[in-house]
Design a protein around this ligand. Structure first.
Ligand SMILES: NC(=O)C1=CN([C@@H]2O[C@H](COP(=O)(O)OP(=O)(O)OC[C@H]3O[C@@H](n4cnc5c(N)ncnc54)[C@H](O)[C@@H]3O)[C@@H](O)[C@H]2O)C=CC1
Ligand SMILES: O=C(O)[C@H]1O[C@H](OP(=O)(O)OP(=O)(O)OC[C@H]2O[C@@H](n3ccc(=O)[nH]c3=O)[C@H](O)[C@@H]2O)[C@H](O)[C@@H](O)[C@@H]1O
Length: 551
């Protein structure tokens, strides 16, 4: 260690969201000597991180938070020390707070993990990134941070943002120095903990100065506690910032590419699932991100590609902008085609009909309701004035769904949110699968729904060194929630997701009205299994109903 390589002992993560919370928890897990505090301006969110019910649903997150936040004082059985971390002796080193002066003032290193949504008004509205949350956090840093604190961009930002941060800090503290690093996050919701424990790479962008390189080394040392050195990549700041946008753009582009082909399949009788398999077995192409369907939702792909388009336009590169805009256009086209299919299969009218939507989240294993594709589907269906649109999602909170659809004309009267899948589907003329929850799958002989087992405390199933501290830990018993706790009630719904339970499609089929039609927007249903219970099924780019070229 060089004399300037002072280890980081106090980390502050600004933004207790989908990225800030899990990232802080895993950093704390693998750096037990480092105090990690997550700071947010929303006291409700902070209270929730400190409670029995975390504000976000992520497989494995609760176990990591409970170990790092609560320590291991209540451990009942512990194996001998593993990988240098003795779970029995572990103190809590993860904290949550709204106290900016203290958290920022004490930090050696600060992650900026605040939201960077698309601007909805002013210059660049609809495509540029809104950096107001980031700017406000940087202004707090300018007020409270000690000289030399390392500032790390974790949020996804336009290329050039490090300069903006530096200018703000310089204008307030001209005599002092704050190294700025770019360290974008690549986790996906629903697999955040797995992605954080086993990242494909960690990217650190720094300025080509002594201070920049030193700051990058200090950050890399935190990651080196669990990530092999060859997975920690160092680049310049601008490459790092831009790489994040490009990674998301390339992933989304694959989805739009296969989705554009799904439209071709419907006209020709080809099956997009067979095409994805045939094409994806080519090593150079690969099988991932070739699932055709409703398209990509979520808080990032649309916003990040819009941001890339805006950057290209601002740099006077209209052809580049048009190329990436096409990825977004195909995504919207897919949703419209999906609702058109539902309406056309129901004799072009939804009058007097109930339609059930299975799933609201933009993907499985998350309760995130932001940028759900379901919102556009519901908006289009409402124009046809159905008697009812029923929604069932095993994880999304009711108030989250209500918030997302509140602005839709007719939603209040015609949309109903159910916590029971069989009540939601009963009496419907058609079902549409919007989220690929395993619970909805019919991918094997259809089981009868088992009686739900009592909800067991989740046990960490750790297999590798990265998870070792979890393996050695039995979560302490948490204080009971008050009677009628709403989060416990939604927990009962989540129990449907455990133990590989599947929806009883025979029961659903019996309760449907004609034409008993299922539109699978996620390509998760096995046609033979679904047809065996008397339902017609079709997806975007496959299925027997629409095929044009039979012989
Ligand atoms: N959600 C995801 O899966 C991923 C998100 N990202 C990026 O990470 C960033 C954060 O995303 P999410 O965690 O999803 O956002 P989020 O909306 O869940 O969380 C952001 C949090 O920051 C807080 N905040 C905003 N301004 C603040 C301020 N000045 N001081 C203190 N707290 C403040 C908000 O109250 C909120 O709790 C975004 O740039 C996003 O593009 C990157 C990879 C994955
Ligand atoms: O920057 C971000 O926020 C993150 O965005 C995505 O993660 P996420 O949006 O959480 O989830 P994905 O698994 O990428 O799925 C995004 C959407 O694409 C859809 N999708 C995905 C794959 C596919 O083959 N087809 C398809 O339609 C999913 O259903 C979902 O609606 C990236 O995968 C992460 O690497 C990145 O960090």
């Amino acid at each position: 260690m060089e004399s300037h390589d002072i280890p980081v002992r106090n980390v502050c993560v600004i933004g207790a969201g989908y990225v800030g919370g899990p990232t802080a928890a895993v950093l704390a897990l693998h750096n037990p000597m480092v105090k990690v505090t997550v700071l947010d301006r929303d006291p409700k969110r902070i209270a929730s991180w400190e409670s029995n019910h975390l504000p976000i649903h992520e497989p494995g997150l609760a176990e990591v938070v409970r170990l790092t936040r609560d320590g291991a004082n209540s451990v009942t059985s512990v194996e001998p020390e593993s990988d240098g971390i003795d779970a029995a002796a572990r103190q809590g080193n993860l904290f949550f707070s709204v106290d900016s002066p203290t958290c920022i003032g004490h930090a050696d290193l600060i992650f900026l993990a605040v939201n960077t949504p698309t601007k909805y008004s002013g210059r660049g509205a609809g495509s540029a990134s809104d950096l107001s949350a980031l700017e406000s956090a940087v202004r707090d840093i300018a007020k409270f941070a000690k000289n030399g604190t390392v500032i790390v961009e974790k949020s996804t930002v336009p290329c050039g943002t490090a300069r903006l941060i530096s200018n703000i800090l310089l204008s307030v503290r001209p005599e002092e120095s704050f190294p700025i690093l770019s360290n974008p996050e690549f986790l996906a919701e629903g697999s955040a903990i797995k992605n954080l424990l086993h990242p494909d790479r960690v990217l650190i962008g720094s300025t080509p100065s002594v201070a920049g390189r030193l700051a990058a080394r200090r950050l890399a040392a935190l990651y080196a506690s669990w990530i092999p050195g060859d997975r920690i990549l160092h680049t310049n700041v601008w490459s790092s910032e831009l790489s994040k946008l490009v990674a998301n753009a390339m992933l989304a582009q694959r989805i739009s590419s296969i989705n554009s082909i799904s439209a071709l399949c419907e006209r020709t009788g080809a099956d997009v699932r067979e095409i994805a398999k045939a094409v994806g077995t080519d090593d150079r192409i690969g099988a991932k991100f070739l699932k055709a369907g409703l398209g990509f939702g979520g808080s990032c792909f649309r916003k990040d590609i819009s941001s890339l388009v805006y950057i290209a336009e601002s740099l006077n590169l209209p052809d580049v902008a048009a190329y990436w805009r096409a990825v977004l256009n195909i995504n919207e086209y897919q949703r419209q085609r999906f609702t058109d299919m539902i309406v056309s299969r129901l004799s072009n009218t939804l009058n007097g009909k109930k339609i059930a939507l299975l799933g609201f989240a933009y993907k499985k294993d998350t309760g995130d309701t932001r940028e759900s594709l379901a919102v556009d589907v519901i908006a289009s269906l409402l124009e046809e004035r159905p008697t009812e649109i029923a929604i069932f999602d095993p994880c999304c909170p009711k108030d989250g769904i209500e918030r997302e659809i509140a602005h839709l004309d007719g939603a209040k009267d015609r949309v109903k949110i159910y916590s029971d899948p069989y009540l939601a589907t009963s009496g419907s003329s058609a079902l549409a699968i919007l989220t690929e929850w395993d619970f909805f799958k019919a991918d094997r002989p259809l089981p009868v729904l088992r009686k739900m087992p009592p909800k067991a405390e989740p046990q960490a199933q750790a297999t590798t060194a990265a998870e070792a501290p979890l393996r050695d830990f039995t979560p302490p018993v948490l204080p009971a929630c008050p009677d009628g706790c709403q989060n416990c009630v939604s927990g009962q719904r989540q129990a449907l997701l455990e133990n590989g339970q599947r929806m009883d499609w025979s029961r659903v089929a019996r309760s449907l009205r004609g034409p008993k039609y299922v539109l699978d927007g996620r390509g998760i249903l096995d046609e033979r299994a679904i047809k065996a219970v008397g339902l017609e099924v079709e997806g975007l780019g496959w299925g027997s109903v629409s095929m044009a070229m039979h012989w």
